[in-house]
Design a protein around this ligand. Structure first.
Ligand code: NDP
Length: 316
């Protein structure tokens, strides 16, 4: 790697700092590729805003999301990864080395790039969500739950994230409503059971949110149950906090004009490899994974991307 004031050259640039990015940095670092990793707006990625991690192998007593990410980061640093804070704002894919420019004007000339930009929380798309953002609406219970001690809150969604958020909030809030659009939870059985066992979580099945209300702060949600059926029923639920947990959208806007995406917006890779439609560009983690989306699978794909980079460079 060579450096001038605002220019870097590297054999491997990694964009993103979740389990995929840090694992790719660990492997490419150990392969003497001296990777540069741009950490993005949320160093450590989505796991830094989750609480306990019980399902990452190697932690028999569990660990915290931020603890796990800190461990991964330090492990990659130990093998020479050059971690940079900041966000990549553009990439020139037209020739190798590719040129990635950050918002601070740093230009990284990279023989290969691993895209590990992850995914972001999804919103329902209601105008009221924007109106009450930070004033009662949140997509992160572990970040904002603290503000709702002793209050009434709702979580939207029926997956593992929604159950996890509801359980977390149930230890702070007086009452938690889980708003589920279908008549079943999609979450794993163990999470469902934990939710059903909590006396202060009430699951509202077959229920959709159609609006939010309040003066300055959120005061409640307009709900409708059994929408489109003869039993359709509109009612208001007084709550102080409204937490979204309805899945994620892959973060691809940086490269969507050049990199092939599937119909849901995930990066298409050449399974079982991590290569994309542009030779020398690889993708790992949630940005390329609509199915598994686990820390361990993201870390695994970061490893695969690093090995693919090594082979790509060796062949040339
Ligand atoms: P999922 O895609 O699994 O679930 C999303 C939920 O949101 C579904 O119940 C879905 O409803 C609902 N939903 C989606 N859009 C809307 C909408 N517009 N209005 C109302 N409800 C909506 O996402 P998760 O984030 O929960 O989980 C992602 C992955 O991460 C999963 O594989 C999960 O297992 C994993 N995970 C694992 C954890 C753990 O093991 N500790 C913790 C958290 C996540 P519907 O079912 O009707 O489509």
């Amino acid at each position: 790697m060579t450096t001038t004031d605002n220019q870097l050259y590297t054999k491997c640039l990694i964009i993103g700092s979740g389990p995929a990015g840090y694992t790719a940095a660990l492997y490419t670092g150990r392969a003497n590729l001296a990777p540069v990793l741009i950490e993005g707006m949320q160093p450590g990625g989505q796991l830094t805003i989750t609480t306990d991690i019980e399902n990452f192998p190697g932690y028999p007593e569990g660990t915290t999301g931020s603890g796990l990410m800190d461990d991964m980061r330090r492990q990659a640093l130990r093998f020479g990864a050059d971690m940079r804070q900041g966000t990549v704002s553009s990439i020139d894919f037209s020739s190798r080395p590719f040129k990635a420019t950050t918002e601070d004007g740093l230009v990284v000339n990279a023989e290969t790039i691993i895209l590990a930009t992850g995914a972001s929380a999804r919103f329902l798309g209601l105008e009221d969500e924007k109106k009450f953002m930070g004033l009662g609406v949140s997509a992160c219970a572990t970040c904002d739950g603290f503000f709702y001690r002793g209050k009434k809150v709702a979580v939207v969604g029926g997956g593992d994230t929604a159950c996890e958020e509801a359980l977390y909030l149930s230890n702070l809030a007086s009452e938690v409503y889980l708003i589920v659009r279908k008549n079943y939870l999609r979450a794993s059985k163990v999470m469902q059971q934990r939710v059903f066992d909590k006396p202060n979580i009430k699951v509202l099945f077959n229920t959709n949110t159609v609006g939010l209300y309040g003066e300055e702060f959120l005061e409640g949600a307009h709900l409708v149950e059994f929408v489109g059926t003869p039993e359709e029923n509109r009612f208001d639920l007084p709550i102080d906090g409204f937490f979204l947990a309805i899945g994620h959208t892959p973060n691809t806007s940086l490269f969507s004009s050049a990199i092939e995406l599937d119909k849901e917006g995930y990066v298409v890779t050449d399974h079982p490899h991590t290569s994309t439609n542009i030779p020398g560009i690889f993708a790992a983690g949630d940005v390329a994974d609509p199915y598994y989306r686990q820390a361990i699978t993201a870390a695994g794909s970061g490893c695969r991307a690093a090995l693919d980079v090594e082979r790509f460079l060796a062949e040339r």
